[in-house]
Write a protein that binds this ligand. Structure first.
Ligand code: GSH
Length: 202
């Protein structure tokens, strides 16, 4: 397998962390997201339907959209998909992520770190991120991971941007169950922080 990803991209990190934790041999191709879209590496331009990272190449097929890729990997490898009767709940979390924590936290981080937004916009994003973190904290107060059986792609998806939460101006101490959950994920064999996992490889 080959993965195209970029520095600072939590969407890329979801897939990279799956491959690292599951110990799946793959080649990581770093894409320079600071370049204008048309100037990015030609193999990536060919493979990327929407011009975004991540893109996973497997058996000659190019796949995009991080949560769809996670579903593909879980089904293909039999890892991190949870029990069969948990699959519907896994999908619920993936859909929730794309519209909630995967929207609020990355956009707030982007505003705080790279491109300041009008105060009203930042307030909107901050309120939304806080609500999303509270929802996660509540779910995680009941069990160690989002699904009873243990780590699944729901956890990899929902946690991806939270390893940079401080860059969004928020503090994990306000969400103790989320903090404990992220700590547990960090301890898993093969896990690497996104700042390291998404760097160009030699
Ligand atoms: N919905 C997509 C979002 C992917 C996305 O937003 N990728 C960003 C990096 S995090 C990107 O490629 N940005 C560069 C660009 O749009 O030019 C997914 O889940 O994979």
């Amino acid at each position: 397998m080959q993965l195209y990803g970029g520095t600072g991209s939590g969407h890329s990190f979801k897939v990279r962390s799956f491959l690292l934790l599951a110990d799946i041999p793959h080649v990581y191709h770093w894409v320079d997201l600071d370049l204008p879209r048309h100037a990015r590496r030609p193999d990536f331009l060919m493979a990327s339907k929407f011009g975004e990272v991540p893109v996973l190449m497997d058996d000659g097929h190019a796949m995009c959209q991080s949560n769809a890729i996670l579903m593909y990997l879980a089904r293909k490898t039999g890892q991190y998909g949870g029990h069969a009767d948990e699959w519907q709940t896994v999908l619920e979390w993936l859909c929730w992520e794309s519209n909630r924590i995967g929207f609020s936290v990355p956009n707030l981080r982007y505003a705080k770190r790279w491109e300041p937004q009008p105060v009203d916009v930042e307030t909107y994003l901050q309120n939304r991120a806080q609500a999303d973190l509270s929802a996660l904290d509540k779910a995680l107060s009941q069990q160690a991971f989002l699904l009873p059986s243990g780590l699944t792609i729901a956890d990899l998806s929902c946690s991806a941007y939270l390893f940079w939460l401080h860059e969004a101006g928020l503090t994990l101490a306000d969400y103790p169950h989320v903090e404990r959950w992220l700590h547990a994920i960090r301890q898993l064999p093969g896990w690497a922080h996104p700042d390291e996992a998404l760097l160009p490889t030699a």
